[in-house]
Design a protein around this ligand. Structure first.
Ligand SMILES: [Zn+2]
Length: 217
């Protein structure tokens, strides 16, 4: 099973990926992790990517796609779930071409659909402990004492990533760049929409229902 998991930031992609990997024993390929590994290893692709990043530019689609394909080729398993990739319609079509040249294809695209308002509530409500890294939420996961970490009593902060301005920007980028990825795969009739406004367990149940049916088919 080769799965692409799509969804806005804050839609719960990471959580659902972990569940899918645990249940079906797939390889979890996160483009962010792979980019970090390639840079750390100083591979040729990693060095190229680093040069773009040093100049403040986005890493071109071609390099990202090559990294993902090489990670898949080197992987011990043929089946995978992709997280954070493809990020643009161009990456998706280049990736499809690479897979096809090896007789492979994506089997299903799980599209976690979530309202911007819910994303904003989830992300801007996060509070983090600068000392131990624990993450809380002002509504859903309150510390015992407001604004204070349960573990060692540090004062909680809102990380810059979780500020309303940054969240609004990330949502805007998502709608502009990544929604066309959903449309691209819809043309291949492999997109399955999942209501991600629900809590993680309910979303997980919907994901498993669909993947179980696919495994049996
Ligand atoms: Zn702490």
């Amino acid at each position: 099973m080769r799965i692409v998991l799509l969804g806005a930031p804050g839609a719960g992609k990471g959580t659902q990926c972990k569940r899918i990997v645990a249940k079906y024993g797939l390889l979890h390929l996160s483009s962010g992790d792979i980019l970090r590994q390639e840079r750390a290893a100083g591979s040729e692709l990693g060095k190229k990517a680093q040069r773009y990043m040093d100049s403040g530019a986005l890493v071109p689609d071609e390099i990202i796609v090559k990294m993902m394909v090489s990670a898949i080729r080197e992987a011990p398993k043929a089946d995978f779930v992709l997280d954070g990739f493809p990020r643009t319609a161009n990456q998706a079509s280049e990736f499809d071409k690479s897979l096809a040249s090896n007789g492979e294809k994506i089997d299903i695209v799980l599209n976690l659909k979530i309202d911007d308002r819910i994303v904003a509530e989830r992300m801007t409500g996060r509070r983090s402990c600068p000392k131990c890294g624990a993450v809380y939420h002002i509504e859903n996961l309150k510390p015992k004492v407001e604004g204070i970490c349960d573990k060692e009593g540090s004062k909680l902060i809102q990380r810059p990533d979780d500020s309303p301005e940054v969240v609004a920007n990330r949502l805007k980028t998502y709608h502009l760049q990544t929604e066309p990825v959903v449309d691209y795969y819809k043309n291949n009739n492999i997109v399955y929409d999942i209501d991600a406004n629900k809590d993680a367990d309910e979303v997980g149940a919907l994901v498993f229902e669909k993947l179980d049916a696919l495994v049996k088919a």
